[in-house]
Design a protein around this ligand. Structure first.
Ligand code: AMP
Length: 253
């Protein structure tokens, strides 16, 4: 079993990896981040992971790692088909996504908790996750729903750049790296994701409205929804998130 200092890398490597965090968590936080593509869930998940010590689990990262040949083993036929959906901006079929999450379900037991980013994305995935958590006796703390107007989402997606190596996220104007095209953290090359190109962005927004937006009502009905305005700097949005989480966690919220 291999141990990785960066919890996000462990989740990427697959079921045999074990994660560890540099932060000594006060308590586990078990969170789902919801919101349209481009609202900044990945950036917030990174901040929450660094400061709360929870694992950042991104299903999109796993698919991108498989697409670039960095997965644990050669992609299965189901994964190869899944990558075609992803390149078009469509959702990967629920069975493939669930198989991948189930294989890594021990990550849900991480000491600092978990931050699910990009999962669940459909009602079926949400139902499967709910059942798994009930079986594992794990309790969700909140579902943070990041809210942002459409025009700003499109601007954010088109300027987003991601580090090929460590997956850190930048924006050409809002959050540029110190040296253009180079990651501040690890020196990796910054690239535009294939599905951040305009033709895929439109498909992703329609898919979000059709498949993922209904999750807002699902989690509201369960009393788990925590709306947070995704406006301002990443640091400001982080502060709003933590404030809302602590308010919710305190007795009589
Ligand atoms: P993301 O980085 O979360 O925006 O995900 C990138 C792409 O990966 C999505 O547009 C989908 O094609 C695929 N994907 C990631 N997570 C899921 C999921 N939970 N269900 C279905 N497809 C997913």
């Amino acid at each position: 079993m291999t141990s990785f200092p960066n919890s996000r890398a462990a989740w990427l490597r697959g079921p045999s990896a074990e994660c560890s965090s540099d932060v000594e968590p006060d308590r586990p936080w078990r969170l789902i981040l919801l919101g349209a593509p481009g609202v900044g869930k990945g950036t917030q998940a990174d901040l929450l992971r660094d400061r709360l010590g929870a694992c950042h689990l991104s299903t999109g990262d796993v698919f991108r790692a498989a697409a670039s040949g960095h997965g644990e083993c050669a992609p299965s036929p189901a994964m190869t088909a899944a990558l075609d959906f992803m390149r078009r901006g469509d959702l990967v079929p629920d069975t493939t996504v669930w198989e991948m999450v189930r294989e890594r379900s021990r990550c849900l037991r991480c000491r600092g908790g978990f931050i699910l980013d990009g999962f669940p994305r459909t009602l079926m995935q949400a139902e499967s996750l709910k059942q798994l958590m009930e079986t594992e006796k794990l309790v969700l703390d909140a579902v943070v729903n990041y809210e942002l107007p459409l025009a700003e989402i499109v601007e954010r997606l088109s300027g987003r750049r991601t580090c090929e190596k460590c997956k850190a996220v930048y924006h050409v104007t809002r959050q540029p790296s110190q040296a253009a095209g180079i990651c501040d953290r690890c020196g990796g090359a910054l690239i535009q994701r294939e599905d951040d190109r305009p033709e895929s962005v439109m498909v992703r927004m329609q898919t979000y409205e059709r498949s993922t937006a209904p999750l807002i009502d699902f989690y509201r009905d369960l009393g788990m929804l925590l709306p947070v305005a995704a406006t301002g700097t990443p640091e400001e949005i982080y502060m709003h998130t933590v404030k809302a989480l602590l308010k919710r966690a305190s007795p009589g919220h």
